[in-house]
Design a protein around this ligand. Sequence first.
Ligand code: AMP
Ligand code: MG
Length: 326
Amino acid sequence: MSGVETRRVDAAGLAEAVEAAVDCLSAGEVVALPTETVYGLAADATRPEAVLKIFEAKARPLFDPLIVHLPGMEWIERVCALEQGLRRQVEALAAAFWPGPLTLVLPRQPRVPDLVTSGLETVAVRISAHPVFDAVVRRFGRPLAAPSANRFGRISPTAAGHVLEELGGRIPLVIDGGPCRHGIESTIVAPAGEELRILRAGPVAPSDLERFGTVRMISGVKEVRPEAPGQLASHYAPRTPMRLRVGDEWPEGVGVLFWRGQPEPRGRCEVLSPAGDLREAAMNLFAKLRQLDESGVTEILAEPVPETGVGIAIMDRIRRAAHRGV
Ligand code: AMP
Ligand code: MG
């Protein structure tokens, strides 16, 4: 963890932390910042040499495009090329969900660096609702490219300590804004005519999107050439083998991830939400997975959660964490 500065943000320290982050970004460096979904690793989206440092720190393949976080709605036309119908659709979605955990995949403006979009003709954009991220991107005054602040394929960080575990020694600065509210990555949607294609399930559920178009879930597991690498079969993965739990018996030495209720007094187990609240379960998912992963158990068994609302995104992540094929 050598060489990483961590700034904890409290009310008094916000301005100072924002300055430190903006200084770093202006110098063409990367900074880990809290968002309402997971911690992001941010760089100036307009400077390819800065964006490259994100890929290097994460060991992320260059074919995996990044999400661009806008300082505000006034940036949308500078980054995206929107014909009239699409602009109206985007404005309606933005009014409902921005700032917030919805990413839109839209036709790009030519000035967006190829490195950001992996050479695609589209760019993924959102506006974050996190007060720290919001303050940094506004003060910086330019869009930030920011994928999750973890090594490629690993569990996304939902606390500053997770970022240090993943990227300690590889990045200069982490801004610690406490645990992330949603705890799961943004919903990614590609509008296509009347259709809203969900490329990645997230905190914004399909039912939330229905009044804006015909919702189609594309976010299945794909083995090759995914539209979004969040679609890679094996992603968000612990190092310990994991599978969905079936039945009430399990061997010794195994860790169990329950979705609700009281922990059973046998072996190592964690509960996503004792009261059975899916939002709380989403918030806790990655931290609990990390704890089990680090506890020395030989296998992790995960109890399925109901697939409604954000439960759809939770099961999507659990299935990918359990998939070891790719
Ligand atoms: P991360 O922020 O690490 O969760 O990764 C960003 C996600 O956004 C990845 O799964 C990308 O594939 C996806 N993404 C970014 N740009 C595009 C794009 N132009 N088309 C489809 N997916 C994208
Ligand atoms: Mg990621």
